[in-house]
Design a protein around this ligand. Structure first.
Ligand SMILES: Cc1cc2nc3c(=O)[nH]c(=O)nc-3n(C[C@H](O)[C@H](O)[C@H](O)COP(=O)(O)OP(=O)(O)OC[C@H]3O[C@@H](n4cnc5c(N)ncnc54)[C@H](O)[C@@H]3O)c2cc1C
Length: 398
């Protein structure tokens, strides 16, 4: 197997890379093969994995890639050899194949770093579809457990973006499952720092604090989990919480494939790329999504998020194809930074800019959050023109 453009990863970065490369191929009537390697059959809408029914938040890749003529290979890339310009792929049937490439786009995402603490096997997460489905299945089994044992208590570790969304949503999820036993519901948010949402800064802090109080979430600051078992969580200070559910949300690291590409990496393990999203030390390799540390503007690197993964994909796909065709490359120019944090039944909070000024709260922000995660970050399906337009680096999305 050999491909002019080989994309590793079928998430936001990889899918939008494929659409952008297909768009350039179509515009120039070029004869380029584009292949996307990913283990699953679906684009997983990862930002929705903290919601109830996570199994539903996925989109069949076939309906995105097939109309655009992008070849999908169901497999896992295990090794990248930039000298030979090849990638080793283990196919779903166990076959191992080396695939040559003209340009490689590394879009294999990121993963949660699970802690090494006693009882860590009892920690749930919402990092992957499998993890979120395991948590959902576990939650649905709680009503059958003994009353008063902490069956409806959940400890959420980390009060960052993901931890806040998990905790605020967990209140409603547990109440719905507990029914008449709703007064047994207890959600405890454990944060190592001395403040909620430490990386979100002062801007949205008070809105978050009010929401957490409104929902009755207990907050333990300057604390972390020391150990746990199936029915109890022990905190670093010695506090024991009877809890049948513990969710770990802290510590992301870029896909280990980034270490196989000669280049410089940032503290998250992301490859440092230039303004064209190329890895300078490995000029045939571009990176997109959570594997790429690009500059979002003159002063700030991109944040691991869909809001960057989608444009990173568009520019990387465009540039990989343009590079092969000898066409001009485009400098990465994403839209200004915003965050929209879900706060469960307490609404949401929208901030703009790197100082994260609050622009919208409550129901209006919640409406916007639903529009973003249920519509804007979904690609079009089946329709070739819409799919190719979705790959336009200068187009709006959603
Ligand atoms: C709970 C949660 C909430 C979030 N909320 C938000 C939010 O509100 N807003 C926001 O902008 N972002 C949010 N994010 C972050 C966002 O989901 C990620 O930044 C985004 O998914 C990154 O896209 P990606 O394509 O780089 O990675 P992914 O979407 O993770 O895709 C990576 C792909 O690579 C594949 N892959 C991995 N390894 C290999 C391999 N070796 N070979 C082949 N394929 C491989 C995977 O199977 C997957 O298909 C959230 C994330 C989580 C977990």
């Amino acid at each position: 197997m050999a491909s002019d453009i080989l994309i590793i990863g079928g998430g936001f970065g990889g899918v939008w890379s494929a659409l952008a490369a297909a768009r350039v191929r179509e515009r120039h009537g070029a004869d380029l093969t584009i292949t996307l390697v990913t283990p699953g059959d679906d684009l997983v809408i990862r930002p929705r994995l903290y919601e109830a029914d996570p199994a539903a938040v996925r989109v069949p890749l076939e309906r995105i890639l097939q109309p655009t003529g992008v070849v999908r290979v169901a497999g896992i890339a295990t090794a990248v050899d930039t000298g030979q310009r090849s990638v080793s792929v283990t196919h779903a049937d166990g076959r191992i194949e080396r695939s040559g490439y003209g340009r490689l786009i590394l879009a294999s995402g990121s993963a949660l770093r699970r802690p090494d603490l006693p009882g860590a096997e009892h920690l749930f997460d919402v990092d992957t579809l499998a993890g979120a489905v395991a948590l959902d299945t576990h939650l649905h089994a709680l009503p059958a457990r003994p009353e008063g044992s902490g069956r409806f208590t959940a400890v959420v570790v980390g009060a960052g973006f993901t931890g806040l969304e998990v905790a605020t949503e967990m209140v409603g999820r547990l109440r719905a499952l507990a029914g008449p036993a709703a007064d047994e519901v207890r959600v405890v948010l454990v944060e190592r720092a001395e403040t909620l949402g430490p990386e979100l800064g002062q801007g949205p802090h008070d809105v978050i604090k009010e929401a957490v109080e409104e929902l009755g979430i207990e907050v333990m600051l300057n604390a972390t989990v020391a150990s746990l078992d199936a029915g109890r969580v022990r905190l670093s200070g010695g506090t024991e919480i009877p809890a049948h559910t513990a969710v770990w949300t802290v510590g992301m690291t870029a896909s280990p494939l980034t270490r196989q590409v000669p280049g410089r990496r940032d503290p998250l393990g992301r490859l440092r790329v230039d303004a064209h999203l190329r890895v300078p030390e490995s000029p045939q390799v571009f990176a997109a999504g959570d594997t790429a540390a690009a500059m979002a503007d003159g002063a700030h690197p991109t944040v691991q998020s869909c809001q960057y993964a989608i444009p990173l994909g568009r520019y990387a796909g465009h540039n990989a194809a343009a590079d092969l065709l000898g066409r001009p490359l485009m400098e990465f120019a994403p839209a200004p930074y915003v965050t929209c944090l879900d706060l469960g039944a307490a609404g949401a909070v929208l901030t703009t800019g790197w100082e994260r000024s609050v622009k919208l709260t409550g129901g209006k922000a919640k409406e916007l959050k639903r529009t973003i995660v249920e519509k804007r970050i979904y690609p079009p399906l089946d329709d070739l023109t819409a799919l190719l337009n979705a790959g336009d680096p200068e187009g709006v999305w959603g």
